[in-house]
Design a protein around this ligand. Structure first.
Ligand code: C2E
Ligand code: MG
Ligand code: MG
Ligand code: MG
Length: 296
C-alpha cells in the first residue's frame, strides 16, 4: 500500500514537472518569436538610485521587461534564465545596452549627470567580444565610459573565472565601472572582492528587507555595517537595494551605505515615466544649470 501511494506521488510529481517543462518550452518559443518579430516588446525600465548624503538621484539601474501579448509583463527572473540556457542572451545584451545608453544620453542632454547600470549574465562576461561591444555601444550613444556601470553576480564569475577576470579587467581599463550585485548571497564574496576589478558592491535586498523585520533587524544591521566597513577599507562604493520604507534611508546612511535604491524612492519606470519622475520627484533635485556650466 505504501509503495503504491509512493508511486502515486511520483506520478503527481512527474506530471507537474512535465507541465513546468511544457510551459517553459512554450515561453521560450514565444521569446524567440518576440526577438525576431517584435523586439519592441522587450523594454528597458529604469529604477533611480539616490546618493544618501545629498538625497538626490545619481544613477539608474536598467531592468528589462517583456510585454507579452497574453501574459502581460513577464519578469526578467522568469525569462532571463531561459534566454541564458537557450543561448539567446547574446541577442538581448546589445538591445539592453543600447536602450540604457540612449536614455543616459538623453538625461545628459537635459542637463542631468545620471549614470546608468546594466545587468549582465555569466555568458556575457565570459565573452571576449564584450569589451569591444560595450565600447561600440558607448560610442554610438555618445556616452562617456565613466557613466556606465556593469552589474555582475558572483555566480557569473564561477562559470569561467579566468576568462571572466580578463573580460572585466579590459572593461575596467576602458573606464567602465564594475559592480558586484546581490552581494552576500553567493559563496566566496570576500575572495572575489580582492580578485575582481570592482568599484562597487550592491548589498542584496534580503539584508535590507531584514531591517524592517523585528526578529531580523539586529542581525541585518550587523551584517550591513560589517559589509560597509569592509567596503570602506577597500575603497568600494556601497549601494543598498530594496529600500521599501522611508525610515530605511537614514538608517542605511548611518550604517555606511553610499547609495540606495528601492520602492520608497521609485519602482522601475519606463523611460518616459522616468523622465517625468525626474521633473517631479523630491529626490530628483534640479538639473545642472547648463549655461553656468558651459561658461566654466
Ligand atoms: P537585480 O539586478 O538584483 O535587480 C533588482 C531587483 O529588485 C529588480 O527586480 C527590482 O525591480 C527589484 N527591486 C528594486 N527595489 C525593490 C524594492 O524596494 N522592493 C522589492 N521587493 N524589490 C525591489 P526585477 O526588475 O524583477 O529584476 C530581477 C532580476 O533580473 C535582476 O535582479 C537581475 O538579476 C535580472 N535582470 C534584470 N534586467 C536584466 C537584464 O537586462 N539583463 C540581465 N542579464 N539580467 C537582468
Ligand atoms: Mg542588478
Ligand atoms: Mg541585486
Ligand atoms: Mg538578482
Amino acid at each position: 500500500y505504501a509503495a503504491k501511494r509512493g508511486d502515486d506521488r511520483v506520478a503527481v510529481y512527474d506530471a507537474r514537472m512535465e507541465r513546468d517543462r511544457t510551459e517553459k518550452l512554450a515561453l521560450l518559443a514565444d521569446l524567440r518569436t518576440t526577438l525576431q518579430e517584435h523586439p519592441e516588446r522587450i523594454a528597458v525600465y529604469f529604477q533611480p538610485q539616490i546618493d544618501l548624503a545629498s538625497r538626490s538621484v545619481c544613477s539608474a539601474e536598467a531592468l528589462v521587461r517583456w510585454h507579452h501579448p497574453t501574459l502581460g509583463v513577464v519578469s526578467p527572473d522568469r525569462f532571463i534564465p531561459l534566454a541564458e540556457t537557450a543561448g539567446l542572451i547574446d541577442q538581448f545584451t546589445p538591445l539592453i545596452l543600447d536602450a540604457a545608453l540612449h536614455e543616459c544620453r538623453a538625461w545628459a542632454e537635459s542637463g542631468r549627470d545620471i549614470g546608468v547600470a546594466v545587468n549582465l549574465s555569466a555568458r556575457n562576461v565570459g565573452d571576449p567580444r564584450l569589451p569591444q561591444q560595450v565600447a561600440a555601444a558607448l560610442r554610438r550613444a555618445g556616452v562617456p565610459s565613466s557613466s556606465l556601470t556593469i552589474e555582475i553576480t558572483e555566480s557569473s564569475v564561477i562559470a569561467d573565472p579566468a576568462q571572466t577576470l580578463s573580460v572585466l579587467a579590459r572593461l575596467a581599463a576602458q573606464g567602465v565601472r564594475i559592480s558586484l550585485d546581490d552581494f552576500g548571497t553567493g559563496y566566496s564574496s570576500l575572495s572575489y572582492l580582492q580578485r575582481l576589478p570592482v568599484q562597487e558592491v550592491k548589498i542584496d535586498r534580503s539584508f535590507v528587507f531584514g531591517l524592517a523585520q523585528q526578529e531580523d533587524a539586529r542581525n541585518s544591521r550587523a551584517l550591513i555595517s560589517a559589509i560597509t566597513s569592509l567596503c570602506r577599507s577597500l575603497d568600494l562604493h556601497v549601494v543598498a537595494e530594496g529600500a521599501e520604507l522611508a525610515e530605511m534611508l537614514d538608517e542605511l546612511r548611518v550604517l555606511g551605505c553610499d547609495v540606495a535604491q528601492g520602492y520608497v524612492i521609485a519602482r522601475p519606470l519606463s523611460a518616459p515615466d522616468f523622465a517625468r519622475w525626474l521633473d517631479e520627484s523630491a529626490f530628483a533635485g534640479s538639473p545642472r544649470p547648463r549655461l553656468l556650466d558651459d561658461r566654466a
